[in-house]
Design a protein around this ligand. Sequence first.
Ligand code: T1G
Length: 706
Amino acid sequence: MSLNPEDAVRYDVRGDVAVLTIDFPPVNALGFPMREGMVLRLKQAQEDSAVKAIVVIGANDRFVAGADIREFGKPKQGPELLQIQEMMENSEKPVVCAIDGHALGGGLELALAAPFRVAASRAKIGLPEVNLGLLPGGGGTQRTTRIAGPEIALDLILNGKHISAAKGKELGLIDEVTDGPVLDAAIDFARARATEGGPFPKTVERTDKVQNVDPAIFEKERKAGAKKWQGMVAPFKIVDCIEAACTLGPREGLQFEKEAFKVCLEAPSRAAQVHLFFAERQAAKVNDLPADVKPRPIKKVGIIGAGTMGGGIAMSCVNVGLPVVLLEVKQEAIDAGLSKVQQNYDISVKRGSRSQAQVDKAMGLITPTLDYADFRDCDIVIEAVFENMAVKKEIFAKLDEVCKPGAILATNTSALDIDEIASATKRPEDVIGTHFFSPANVMKLLENVRGSKSSPETIATVMAFGKQIGKVPVLAGNCEGFIGNRMLKAYGTESEHLLEQGATPSSIDNALKAFGFPMGIFLMRDMAGLDVGYRMRQGRIEAGTLDPNSPSYTPLADRIVEAGRLGQKTGAGYYKYDGRDATPDPLVEDMLIKIAQDKGITRREISDEEIVDRILGVMVNEGAKILEEGIAQRASDIDVTYAFGYGFPKYRGGPMFWAQQKGLDKVLEIVRTNHAASGDRWKPAKLLEERAAAGQDWDGKPVAAA
Ligand code: T1G
């Protein structure tokens, strides 16, 4: 889509006020045609003798969503943002930015360089660059600090959050907020400023908020961030830039920021986080849906099971104003479920992330029931009970009787066969998996799982429903473990083999933590409790689908449970616990030595690098098989699944992106080496072999020569 500058920014005159309308779909980003258009139109307004003031506004009720992210990493074209900002800052005619919709990143920086900003009350502003591994490189760190002070700037820019226009006014970032049409308000405002005459304020020269600033606030921020920003560049640079705004002159501060921005732009974390930005948006699109398929509207939700998952799913719905009918089999169970939800909300009120009024409104949207008939007017019903096929089929048979035609019948199962569950109904086309992640009111990922009979409308509806409740929806095919848990199983199995060969729970967990995972697999298992996994394995052994005597079977987990160690809740599992503090337990090491002896394995030193390469290698190989089988639509969906559902470090972009950055040929080498050493579970995926051999990325595009 190339637009010429004249169309990217239109020029009109209302009386004696020039109106520059930015019209650069989809979100009026600062792409080069738009930047060229701004220079052209600002010059035109300066030279237009009929013009006394200038208003800059965005078309389609949107201001500007920032730099054009598609241009990152590409050769620069057209004028820089700085040039436009200087034209507005030095204009003898007052420039007013009229903000509606979003003014984000470079979009807010553009507006902050103008002397004045008028916003619609529904507008949102923010500097979310940190989510892209970047910092506000268009003067945002300097001007925000000089206008609102360093503490506010630190909070706003390090969290990348969007704030309301009213909050923006309170902080001094917005001059006027209007409930009426923002263009009219901005024109009136501009005309009044023109009448008053200049000089007009230059935000970058404000000093009142940056004098005698205690440098300790920056040290405190760096200290607090040391752990959580591990592997990242941008957050540290942001603190440096805000400190620079308090210690350097305006121009030196802008130069300091420019250099810091360059460092972020070149850091691998930027490419990874920009990859995830677009991957998240791609994941919402379903390739094989007919273009005319429309999602069914979801206005009322039913949920079966008020346990941890059911309660969390209910909160996700009522948080966006969707009424919920929450069913349990017994009154005590529904009471317990509701009080757990209330407790969670009380914590958020204490933390100040929600007001009591918001909580009362949300709780008021939950209708508890013991009667399936209360689901009769629900648009979707989500089953969230424990993993037992017979119980789930019984539930779906009942839903088939009571739910209205066209209602979506969804299951939150994390592993069971969607088609078998659907077979309990006469409407399998309306049945689908909606796999939430615990805690469901917090975790962003929603893994929707299509059954072989799920209709296009049913799929389109749950993908839209995911966005509606603020989740990141991904579509998976129906296989054991779908996308996420299937790869997690490979990751778990490889971790267990690493233990037998010489690693320890802490060496593996520490290597994964150093790689960027918030927590290693064995700490995670101890937190979740080891008994559920044990019961599932025993069930499969009894069913004959798991052979405990096969060499690939790793018995440590069973030995630990059989020793009465169920994890944190019993004070011992893979680790021993003092409260929540985990320490390595020599007893577990002894178990490993015994198991290795019984298997004739000579245990050896295993490096962190080998641990990470093998765990990531086996995940990526499984990911490639998932792609081959069409269980995932695209490699980036797997990255979104792991980044938003399994704590994969976002600054690494996800397992498939990690593999691409490392080189698929190198990953194939890891897979082949382990295939030779460990046999079938490392059998190279055909897709990985093909892509590596052809020098292509996962999508079959040639990989740019390093
Ligand atoms: N550049 C290019 N494309 C963008 C874009 C951007 N900044 N923002 C969105 N898109 C595309 C997106 O990929 C999608 O495309 C379509 O627009 C609709 O987006 C110097 C360096 C504005 C809140 O981080 O947060 O400024 O999939 O599905 O839900 O300091 O988009 O249709 O082909 O998200 O209505 C900082 C990013 C940039 C804001 C709208 N800005 N955007 O949400 O629509 S860095 C951001 C958003 C920067 C400067 C630095 C959201 C939105 P497609 P969407 P939405």
